[in-house]
Design a protein around this ligand. Structure first.
Ligand SMILES: C[S@@+](CC[C@H](N)C(=O)[O-])C[C@H]1O[C@@H](n2cnc3c(N)ncnc32)[C@H](O)[C@@H]1O
Length: 473
């Protein structure tokens, strides 16, 4: 046992279920003891950088082999108390999941705009990876069925700061209007979580053979719905964080038997990712790729890629005007435009609740269609609200990569940055007037407003960190 290891983050107290051990013994044979001891060891800590928000020093860090923006950290810092994390300079992501980066590179042509759906998106790890990998005029729709998980997805996407995303809140079977609409669908399926046993002891407690069966059936339901959403020749990427064949190989076969051709990948041998056979004699060869914690510096992860061979007729909808937003008047547009770096790339709209939105013009027709096709969604960049003569900029605007780079700003020390995230009112040496971006290491953190001798802190209440910061400042 490894419980004397000071960096221990594993689950030494929780015994692995007998049936799980037998399954892994059969799957790994001679490698099983190494797998077992890897589960007793610490989980590697890794982050993936935001290519549009430079500011993180990676000089002494080890790169993740399959993702150019991924790096291992020597130990787990307190991410909440890192202003660069709050600014969206990086996303904390388990390294094996970053294999998606190479999968996209090998199987998706990202040199032109695509319509991409991340069907099981919260909390947003794969979504933030995808936005950075795609052509900037692509649409990325990030869907999460559980309403309470949508807010964390939204928050992570706001931090990442790309304006070409739509967040939706639907069951996968509740999107019939989007039949044949997408070029790529990613199904990072809810699963039994075997691959996370080291990180998450609750996953061990919840594991049972019956739950594996339940997950597999749910995955098939999600995959069947995903299948209809893809255009012919579209790419379906299926991933789980499990090892068992019921949730992996069996679902690979389910797809190859239902109008999909499996696409093999070429992964360098020294990555130590295992190619696993999943086909049968009737459907020909099909493979998936498995990360094991004793072979890679990461958790358990499975991924397999497919091309749709069947045609699904797209739904025709009369989408000529947005249902519930109005275009800003020229005077309002002139005001809103000043907040963006390239306002000519956007059109400006107002929701019934007064929120002003900027929609990338390259995606306006697509958004128009989505507006009519689905109910629960939020799209475009939420910019803020008009209030009397003033425009109150939103936090999402401060974090957006589309913001005007020349707005008044002030660089904060780490101490003041943390005080900002505690939502304390800051005191500056010089008096300030009006809206001011607060920055750390050159990255926007949010807004303050100078009024007389006071500087008001406009961090949204929900973003406030509750942790004590005394020992960190
Ligand atoms: C493995 S997690 C996704 C992790 C995410 N892709 C990431 O990288 O951060 C699976 C997600 O699927 C959602 N989910 C569960 N049932 C679903 C369904 N029927 N349709 C779509 N999503 C579903 C879960 O709520 C969960 O958030």
């Amino acid at each position: 046992m490894n419980d004397q290891n000071p960096s221990w983050t594993g689950s030494p107290q929780v015994e692995l279920p007998q049936e799980f051990q037998a399954q892994m013994q059969a799957q790994l044979t001679t490698e099983f003891p190494d797998f077992q001891s890897a589960l007793m060891g610490p989980s590697p800590i890794s982050i993936r950088l935001n290519p549009r928000k430079n500011g993180y020093d990676t000089a002494n860090l080890t790169p993740v082999p399959w993702c150019s923006a991924g790096f291992y950290l020597p130990e787990r810092p307190n991410f909440t108390l890192d202003p660069l994390f709050q600014a969206g300079a990086y996303y904390v992501q388990e390294a094996s999941s970053m294999l998606l980066h190479d999968v996209v590179r090998q199987t998706v042509n990202v040199n032109h705009p695509l319509r991409v759906l991340d069907l099981c998106a919260a909390p947003g790890g794969k979504s933030t990876l995808l936005t950075s990998a795609l052509h900037p005029d692509s649409l990325l729709m990030c869907n999460e069925v559980i309403r309470s998980r949508v807010s964390v997805l939204r928050e992570n996407l706001d931090k990442w700061g790309y304006p070409n995303v739509v967040v939706s809140n639907h069951d996968s079977e509740d999107m019939a209007n989007l039949a044949g609409f997408f070029d790529v669908v990613v199904v990072d399926a809810p699963c039994s979580g075997e691959g996370l046993f080291r990180k998450d002891p609750d996953a061990i407690q919840e594991w049972s053979e019956a739950n594996v069966q339940l997950c597999s059936a749910r995955q098939k339901r999600i995959l069947a719905a995903a299948a209809t959403l893809l255009d012919k020749d579209g790419i379906l990427i299926y991933s789980t964080c499990t090892y068992n064949d019921t949730e992996n190989a069996e679902n690979v076969r389910f797809l190859t038997e239902n109008g999909f051709r499996n696409i093999p990948l070429i992964l360098p041998a020294d990555w130590n990712v295992v190619e696993r056979e999943a086909g049968d004699s009737e459907t020909g060869e099909a493979v998936g790729y498995q990360c094991y914690p004793h072979r890679v510096q990461g958790e358990g992860f499975f991924i397999s890629v497919f091309k749709k061979t069947a045609f699904t007729a797209p739904v025709k909808l009369d989408a000529r005007t947005f249902r519930s937003i109005r275009a800003l008047r020229p005077r309002e547009t002139a005001i809103a435009s000043k907040w963006l770096q390239n306002p000519a790339d956007f059109s400006f709209w107002e929701k019934p609740n007064g929120d002003v939105m900027a929609l990338p013009k390259a995606l306006e027709k697509t958004f128009l269609f989505l507006d009519v096709a689905i109910r629960q969604k939020g799209f475009g960049l939420e910019m803020g609200q008009f209030k009397g003569q003033d425009f109150i900029p939103s936090h999402a605007l401060a974090l957006s990569t589309a913001i005007n780079q020349n707005l008044p700003s002030i660089e904060l020390s780490k101490e003041n940055a943390l005080r900002y995230f505690k939502k304390e009112n800051l005191v500056f040496d010089e008096p300030v007037k009006g809206w001011l971006l607060v920055k750390y290491n050159g990255l926007n953190l949010g807004w303050v407003k100078g009024v007389g001798n006071r500087v008001n802190n406009y961090l949204p209440k929900d973003w406030r960190i509750r942790m004590d910061i005394k020992e960190y400042v």
